[in-house]
Design a protein around this ligand. Structure first.
Ligand code: KIV
Length: 274
């Protein structure tokens, strides 16, 4: 007898259909245990290449490899059941050509079973987004601040700060939507620009530091939990876990050092021989 899963995961078309409707809730996760928690409340789980900063301590996301993304993407798929899981394509795995992008994205889908990939870049990536979308790979775009380009940008500053700089970003948004992406992240842009893009494009916009005018929001889980000390200024903290975890580790260390650590007799009801 074959066993069929009775839970249905959200799909890229489900998210695409949310344009202008109920806001899309998205958070990052890199592990099975956090994915299980995030899955209960989120429409989309992003296995972001921010794992390079948060899990591995790199200064930027540039060193992240496709193997890292596949390992953590698989863990998140095992930990979740309902949300659409989107895995980031890391720097160097898709920019050289649309064929390179297809091979990398197909590998991510086949080895993690995730439902979509995300890649950074606007108009310059439109041809690649169309190539992937036409070949069965749902793509989430990412415009505004694109952290993988840190070495040409020079800093992680907000983009389009003056109205005169909005044109290229609006052009990026249009190009990504027209190329067939099912949604796009807009990172670190001013509210009026995010609003204008959201009103103009036909696909959902998901903001991070881009105001509540977007069709949804995403944050890095460790940032909003107060676990990661270097969270961007725009992040609202919904928890302050770092001191709680530190206090628990300190209490454990004190117990071990003072030999007050509970022994097996507490668990198994064993009595010590005297
Ligand atoms: O890598 C990541 O976590 C991201 C989000 C910040 C959108 O791309």
């Amino acid at each position: 007898m074959s066993v069929q899963s009775i839970t249905k995961r959200k799909t890229a078309p489900d998210i695409r259909a949310r344009k202008g409707g109920e806001p899309i809730v998205m958070l990052t996760s890199y592990h099975a245990h956090t994915a299980a928690l995030v899955d209960r409340y989120c429409d989309v789980i992003l296995v972001g290449d921010s794992l390079g900063n948060v899990m591995h301590g790199f200064e930027t996301t540039v060193p992240v490899t496709i193997e890292m993304m596949i390992l953590q993407g698989s863990a998140v798929m095992r930990g979740s059941q309902h949300a659409l899981v989107v895995v980031d394509m890391p720097f160097g795995s898709y920019e050289a050509s649309r064929e390179q992008a297809f091979h990398s994205a197909a590998r991510i889908l086949k080895e993690t079973y995730c439902g979509a990939v995300k890649l950074e870049g606007g108009a310059r990536m439109a041809e690649t987004i169309a190539f992937l979308s036409e070949r069965g790979i749902p793509v989430m775009g990412h415009i505004g601040l694109t952290p993988q380009s840190i070495n040409t940008l020079g800093s992680f500053r907000a983009q389009g700060r003056e109205e005169g700089a909005w044109g290229p970003i609006e052009n990026d948004a249009r190009a990504v939507a027209e190329a067939g992406a099912f949604s796009m992240v807009i990172e670190a842009v001013a509210e009026p620009l995010a609003r204008r893009i959201t009103e103009t494009v036909a696909i959902p916009t998901i903001g991070i530091g881009a105001s509540a005018t977007c069709d949804g929001q995403v944050l890095v889980l460790e940032d909003m939990l107060g676990l990661w000390p270097r969270a961007p200024k725009f992040v609202r903290r919904y928890g302050n876990l770092r001191p709680m975890i530190e206090a628990a580790i300190e209490a454990y260390a004190i117990d071990v050092r003072s030999r007050s650590f509970p022994g097996p007799e507490h668990v198994y009801g064993m009595k010590a021989n005297s």
